[in-house]
Design a protein around this ligand. Structure first.
Ligand code: ADE
Ligand code: ZN
Length: 328
């Protein structure tokens, strides 16, 4: 079954992957009150996207030191390795890691990188970081974030992106930040077409020139744009369980991932913020198998697409592709 196929995850927010018990434990250790973050059954509490963002930021407020982020990195990578993930890219936010101060960011980064190296030895999972600005924090903070990214671009920080409220501002407001990241040699991705429709993807492609789009699923409403994605090979980081949990689509059978994939769009599968959406990468693939009949060959093809679109060096990419083929 799909469990035999090694998985490559390209769209995972580090804080969004924090198990609720981990955040609760840190809050207790630090005597921080987290009102409204958890429901009675212990899961994250929110309804709708705006409240999701507020809960996410409130939960993140307990992560205050590089050591907290080292512990978080270990917890998240353990969780991913259990899901059969061999390579993952995590969105990392200088906004939460030292308030966009480059010196502080370097300390957080060193802690995360060391934790990742440990997990690579223990579980064989590889992590790369995609520094991410947060759209609703505005373009000025995004420039500071891009500076953190540019100053630390290298073997571990390989990408730059934008997340947050897609309805805040427009992609052009962030073009300067994306230019700075591109000039530093970083690869680019942008959340778009989750909430802002196909036109938001068009704008992001034109103004930010990313090679990948986070979500992007709403392009389904614009056949000309779908053709453009096929021609240019832009890869979509699709997170179906997230879309359904947040109400972008009402149910799995209404999700456009299979229509996009079978049309020839380069789609990959990720979990976004798995504990928030009561999902895991295995669960995503199980639902895709149940709903659309995805078999091992399709799962392998989707993960091959992910390996090809990964923000990594050629040697790492070759290793990932080899692992995918050798388990076939
Ligand atoms: N940050 C964390 N998850 C997100 C999502 N699904 N969309 C935008 N920003 C996010
Ligand atoms: Zn996301």
């Amino acid at each position: 079954m799909t469990d035999d196929v090694p998985k490559i995850e390209l769209h995972l927010h580090l804080e969004g992957a924090a198990p609720p018990a981990f955040i609760k434990g840190l809050a207790q250790e630090k005597s921080i009150r987290l009102d409204g973050v958890f429901s009675e059954n212990g899961s994250y509490a929110f309804t709708g996207f705006e409240q999701f963002l507020r809960t996410y930021e409130a939960a993140t407020s307990v992560l205050k030191t590089p050591e907290d982020y080292a512990r978080l990195t270990r917890a998240v990578l353990e969780q991913s390795a259990e899901q059969g993930v061999i390579y993952t890219e995590a969105f990392l936010s200088p906004d939460f890691c030292g308030g966009r101060d480059v010196g502080a960011w370097r300390e957080y980064l060193a802690a995360m990188q060391e934790a990742a190296a440990g997990m690579r030895n223990e579980a064989g999972i590889v992590l790369r970081g995609v520094v991410t600005c947060i759209r609703h924090f505005g373009p000025e903070k995004a420039r500071e974030t891009a500076l953190c990214a540019a100053e630390t671009a290298g073997d571990f920080i390989t990408g730059f992106g934008i997340a947050g409220d897609e309805m805040a501002g427009k992609p052009a407001d962030f073009a300067y930040s994306f230019d700075m990241a591109r000039e530093a040699g970083l690869e680019l991705t942008a959340h778009a077409g989750e909430w802002g429709g196909a036109s938001s993807v068009r704008d992001a492609l034109r103004d930010l020139k990313p090679t990948r789009i986070g979500h992007g699923v709403q392009v389904i409403d614009d056949p000309v744009l779908v053709d453009h994605l096929i021609e240019t090979g832009v890869t979509l980081e699709v997170c179906p369980g997230s879309n359904i949990a947040l109400g972008v689509y009402p149910s799995w059978d209404k999700h456009p991932i299979e229509t996009l994939r079978s049309a020839g769009v380069r789609v990959t599968v990720s979990t976004d913020d798995p504990p928030f959406f009561h999902t895991t990468l295995r669960r995503e693939y199980d639902r895709l198998a149940d709903t659309f009949g995805w078999d091992d060959e399709i799962v392998r093809e989707v993960n091959r697409t992910a390996a090809q679109a990964a923000f990594c060096d050629p040697e790492t990419r070759a290793e990932l592709l080899l692992k995918l083929e050798s388990t076939a």
